[in-house]
Design a binder for this molecule. Structure first.
Ligand SMILES: Cc1cc2nc3c(=O)[nH]c(=O)nc-3n(C[C@H](O)[C@H](O)[C@H](O)COP(=O)(O)OP(=O)(O)OC[C@H]3O[C@@H](n4cnc5c(N)ncnc54)[C@H](O)[C@@H]3O)c2cc1C
Length: 434
């Protein structure tokens, strides 16, 4: 009896302790989520509010709005959630970040111009930066006063990014950078870029690369915007001519750039496929409202398309949640980042097709925002969604194409044979290229 009683007592005591702890945790979580909601109620509009829009990154108003949102978020102690206070973070945990991502998904957040800076560059700096690099740069990046971009792709190296040609040669305590990048999203408004360059051409292509923090206002950097089919100028060609980069600006070690590039690509894929923000916003609530507004919500084909989109977006949400939970538990995302990215690209195209089916021929009413013309409701919707229509395909390319993601899933998840590489192990300088 005493044993049973003691045992029961212990179990009861433990249960009470656990219940107390979990009640405390859920009370803390609820209080934190309430803070996130109160902040967004003050600064943003709800995702299903047609008055909300996600300004493009080439829109000066969009950039101002992003900086202002991020500044307010930082002042409220809700930015850089899992980063230490000494680097300008909120000193909380990855669990808080997950709570934030879920709660903030209900709002139009004007932070898309910061998506690469925060989704890819910031985690790289936090993970691989020296104390000095983190102290110097993280507070500004978190607050959005310093915006960073990712500089991998070149005219001769996109999917095969390890084949890139931009050179960095050490000269005393500086590296001299020469070469060209392309498709650099946001370079025209960014302060720094994370540049991958070749530091030893005698090594095999994956082994002679390094990653640099480059001040884009340095002498010898020329940024030329590229105009897209939508009329937007989201990305750029960037030329480096004898750009001097301090030796202290190397991220990680010399010739270890490929390992860093792989980490950054994984952050990119997780950010594209499983992050928060406009890119991963669910489109079906807005499209259901649009179908109602345009009097098409009773049409069976439209209803089926909306139901299918709803299902796909829910599945995509669960894939994202699974990855973010793994990250919150301290695991580094692996090839599941490719599954999330591929899903994100496929669902974006599904949303595009659903939107075009609802707006019908008004989807031809293509144009840029703010040209002052008065339009009826259908044409206004057509104009808005035609912009989404032409940009949706880009999600299949950015961060590695659908085909590349399928290769990764085939090799690393399904265990299929690797692609043959006749130049495996050869010095980069001996590999033929354009
Ligand atoms: C919206 C957008 C934003 C971008 N932002 C940035 C950025 O900020 N920074 C940056 O560095 N880059 C950026 N990029 C560039 C992007 O990473 C590249 O476009 C992408 O990696 C593909 O490279 P590529 O365009 O040179 O195509 P290629 O590599 O030349 O590929 C051409 C075609 O061949 C296929 N292919 C290539 N290799 C294989 C293979 N091994 N197996 C099967 N198929 C293959 C591809 O899938 C594609 O269909 C951006 C691109 C877009 C669309």
């Amino acid at each position: 009896m005493p044993i049973a009683s003691g045992a029961t007592g212990t179990v009861t005591a433990m249960s009470n302790t656990h219940r107390q702890a979990s009640d405390d945790t859920s009370a803390d979580d609820a209080a934190f989520v309430a803070r996130v909601e109160a902040f967004h109620a003050e600064h943003c509009v709800r995702i299903d509010d047609p008055a909300g829009s996600d300004a493009g990154s080439d829109d000066p108003d969009g950039l101002t709005a992003a900086r202002s949102y991020q500044g307010a978020l930082t002042d409220a102690g809700l930015a850089g959630l899992d980063l230490p206070n000494e680097y300008g973070g909120a000193g909380l945990t990855a669990h808080h970040q997950e709570l934030f991502t879920r709660a903030a998904a209900a709002w139009h957040r004007p932070d898309s111009p910061l998506s690469i800076s925060h989704g890819m560059c910031l985690p790289m700096l936090a993970q691989f930066g020296t104390h000095e690099q983190k102290s110097t740069h993280l507070p500004g990046v978190i607050r959005g006063t310093s915006i960073w971009c990712q500089m991998f792709s070149e005219p001769g190296a996109g999917s095969d990014v390890a084949g890139l040609s931009t050179r960095a040669v050490l000269d005393g305590d500086e590296w001299i950078l020469d070469g060209q990048k392309v498709w650099t999203s946001g370079a025209h408004y960014c302060d720094h870029g994370l540049v991958v360059a070749r530091t030893d051409p005698t090594l095999p292509k994956h082994q002679g690369l390094s990653m640099f923090i480059v001040d884009l206002r340095s002498s010898g950097v020329e940024i030329r915007p590229l105009v897209q089919i939508s009329g937007a100028k989201g990305f750029n060609e960037v030329f480096f001519s004898d750009v001097r980069v301090p030796a202290a600006n190397i991220l990680g070690d010399v010739n270890q750039g490929w390992n860093l590039a792989v980490s950054m690509l994984m952050f990119e894929r997780v950010s594209i496929g499983a992050g928060g923000g406009a890119l991963n916003a669910k489109r079906h609530p807005e499209l259901i409202q649009l179908a109602r507004d345009l009097g098409r919500s009773n049409e069976p084909v439209i209803r089926q398309a909306l139901a299918a989109l709803h299902i796909s977006e829910e599945i995509k949400g669960y894939i994202g949640q699974r990855i973010r939970s793994a990250v919150a538990a301290g695991r580094v995302p692996g090839p599941e980042g490719s599954i999330a990215k591929l899903t994100g690209a496929l669902v974006a195209r599904q949303a595009r097709d659903t939107a075009m089916a609802i707006v019908g021929t008004a989807g031809q009413a293509f144009g840029r925002r703010g040209d002052g013309n008065e339009l009826d409701q259908r044409a206004t919707a057509g104009r808005k969604w035609s912009g989404f229509c032409v940009s949706a395909a880009g999600i299949s390319l950015a961060g590695g194409t659908d085909e590349v993601q399928r290769n990764i899933i085939g090799e690393r998840v399904l265990g299929l044979p690797r692609e043959p590489d006749p130049f495996k192990g050869a010095p980069w300088q001996d590999i033929p290229r354009n």
